[in-house]
Design a protein around this ligand. Structure first.
Ligand SMILES: [Zn+2]
Length: 320
């Protein structure tokens, strides 16, 4: 196959995502990264359309040559494991494993959302499913997902997987979820952003305060390329992160301005939606209200708004 020919030739070029030569489900990106998707891409050129996990197989260690039958196999790390019960994805992944003669020694799960956590299926599908380690940063707001055939190993912020010329650093980036991590590949200055930054549109988040700090953290790392959990590769990370930050700041400024104009009044989320999301169709208002709540919670943490009588008001003088 063309992609593996390119790989064997040691090319370090990142080809355009899903160009016809690459094929719709597997892409070789740089010399050590393979991305596998389980979707049919008939209508979108996206690398990994929304709703599906980007999966990177990153070269790690050479499998010990002393082991019989495994003397030419290479150990690798799998980043995220797609949705459960997607047979297409598993078959593409198996094809990569066979073509590349690799073992997946470790699976790193970026966060608890189901569309990144189809780990059981992968463990069932790979030959060394019993010895493969599964890593995840711990949640602090709910129990961990339970795996059928493995125990989760606890990832730590700053933990490095250093192998064979590739240094993968785990960076805790809460906000989308409390357990969200991104992975920084030092040698390539590339970042696997999972759902913190997407290739298309903007993401959702549980905690905007934490999310904005995580965006700033990634901005400071200054990666040269971002491989998101969904959507196309981001080749202009600085601009994209700035766009994300500006978009959030704009919404926040509107909410703060609305409260400031009526400093004696309290508002609930839906009242603010009606003031600020005037152009948004009414059926989307409940979703917008959730968003407003997350923004208000951030402003509360920053002591810019107060809670009073189950509503919100400007300033920090009101009681809790
Ligand atoms: Zn997610």
């Amino acid at each position: 196959m063309v992609i593996w020919t390119a790989y064997m030739a040691g090319t370090d070029e990142a080809p355009a995502p899903w160009s016809p030569e690459i094929g719709p489900h597997v892409a070789q990106l740089r010399s050590v990264i393979v991305i596998v998707s389980g979707v049919t891409l008939a209508t979108t050129p996206s690398l990994t359309p929304s709703g599906w996990s980007a999966v990177a197989v990153v070269e790690t260690i050479t499998w010990p040559t002393t082991q019989p039958h495994h003397d030419r196999l290479v150990g690798r790390i799998l980043l995220d494991a797609g949705d459960p019960n997607v047979t297409d994805y598993i078959s593409h992944l198996k094809r990569v494993i066979m073509d590349e003669r690799i073992f997946i020694n470790d699976i790193i799960v970026s966060h608890w959302h189901h569309d990144h956590g189809g780990v059981d299926d992968v463990l069932d599908a790979i030959e060394n499913g019993k010895s493969c380690k599964v890593w995840k940063y711990p949640r602090n707001d709910a129990p961990e997902p339970v795996l059928k055939n493995a125990t989760l190993q606890e990832l730590k912020n700053g933990q490095k997987f250093v192998v064979d010329g590739s240094t993968l650093e785990v960076i805790h980036t809460p906000g989308h979820t409390t357990d969200h991590i991104v992975i920084y590949l030092h040698e390539d200055k590339s970042l696997f952003s999972a759902d913190c930054i997407l290739g298309e549109g903007s993401t959702v988040f549980e905690d905007l305060y934490d999310y904005m700090k995580s965006l700033q953290l990634i901005s400071n790392i200054n990666p040269s390329v971002i491989y998101p959990g969904h959507g196309n590769i981001i080749n202009d990370p600085k601009e994209r992160i700035t766009m994300y930050i500006n978009h959030r700041n704009q919404r926040e400024a509107h909410i703060l301005a609305a409260l400031e104009q009526h400093p004696e009044e309290t508002f609930d989320e839906m009242q603010l939606v009606k003031l600020i999301y005037k152009d948004t169709p009414e059926q989307l208002w409940p979703a917008a209200a959730l968003n407003v709540n997350v923004i208000l919670t951030k402003l509360f943490k920053e002591k810019k708004v107060a809670k009073e009588n189950a509503g919100w008001k400007y300033g920090q003088t009101a009681s809790l």
